[in-house]
Design a protein around this ligand. Structure first.
Ligand SMILES: NC(=O)CC(=O)C(=O)O
Length: 297
């Protein structure tokens, strides 16, 4: 069987310190992405809401308009900064996410943009599962007060490496997305994400390792750096987990770039040793990757 990952890939997660100044966030992202590319990274990831603070009160004022494609520089400075940066760094670039506004429907989204090493847009993913939680005395958050959800599973083919899946933060808590992606042949699931001090301590590493273990694929989670002056305190701890659920690299809480070398053999060895991949009982329960799924492949 052909390897899901055709050749080794160096993955970099940029745990960026973001603030209120969008231009400063873009400039900071640029310098850290170039640092990662100089270190030999082939695929570089920025965090959720990397160009703005994270919070419903910020989404409308930071939102950019991406359609029609390509957007003008005034409609989306972040799109153009990311496209130029991917080309300059000659690496695949997942631009974390940014708040998006669609004037024709007056809707806002939390949207990821993924660029090729030539700066071409390869995929967009709008957060499918909105972060609506209420843990008394700890944290209440309702993205759906402002945002609308995306409606598709996002898989992208990187010709020289293989297929990856993109999703955003709260999407990781819905294992169906990860399972569908893995059964469709992805070697890596990427989640820009901003867990917080409550849910991060509880579930950040657990979710990353669980999605890797269930699906025997690589998983990467990229958080903003923690800022205790901000209204939302991101967890940090960006990490890459291997197909055997081992944490390969983990950031602390501050701004930092972490790296991992991904290899196809690790997926094959894991699946050979514990062959759940071929032991599923679709005569007992349904295969979630079959049926009516909305894809962007
Ligand atoms: N911020 C999110 O979308 C998700 C999160 O913090 C959590 O699931 O916990």
């Amino acid at each position: 069987m052909a390897s899901l990952l055709k050749k080794p890939l160096k993955l970099a997660l940029v745990q960026l310190a973001t603030g209120a100044d969008k231009a400063a966030n873009l400039a900071r992202a640029r310098s850290r992405v170039l640092e990662a590319s100089k270190s030999g990274a082939n695929l570089i990831v920025l965090p959720e809401c990397f160009n703005s603070p994270y919070g419903c009160q910020y989404f409308p004022s930071y939102a950019e308009t991406l359609l029609p494609h390509p957007p003008s520089k005034t409609d989306s400075p972040s799109y153009h900064a990311l496209s130029a940066l991917a080309a300059e760094s000659k690496a695949y670039l997942l631009g974390g996410s940014i708040p998006e506004y669609v004037p024709s429907t007056k809707k806002y989204y939390n949207t990821s943009l993924f660029f090729s090493p030539k700066g071409d847009l390869l995929a967009t993913h709008r957060k499918v599962h909105l972060f609506d939680i209420d843990i008394p005395g700890k944290i209440t958050f309702r993205e759906s007060d402002v945002l609308s959800p995306g409606n598709k599973v996002t898989l992208v083919e990187l010709p020289e490496y293989g297929k990856i899946a993109l999703a955003i933060c709260y999407d990781i808590r819905f294992p169906e997305l990860a399972t569908i992606a893995a059964r469709k042949g992805c070697f890596l699931l990427l989640y820009p994400g901003a867990f917080n001090l409550t849910t991060g301590a509880l579930h950040w590493e657990l979710q990353a390792r669980a999605r890797a273990m269930d699906n025997q694929v690589y998983v990467g989670l990229c958080s903003p750096a923690r800022d205790m002056e901000a209204s939302y305190n991101a967890w940090g701890h960006s990490m890459v987990v291997d197909p055997n659920a081992k944490v390969l690299c983990e950031a602390g809480e501050k701004e930092e770039v972490v790296y991992a070398e991904l290899k196809g053999e690790a997926i094959e060895e894991t699946r050979k040793g514990i062959p759940i991949y071929t032991q599923r009982r679709f005569d007992v329960y349904p295969d979630v990757s079959k049926g009516d799924i909305k894809f962007d492949e």
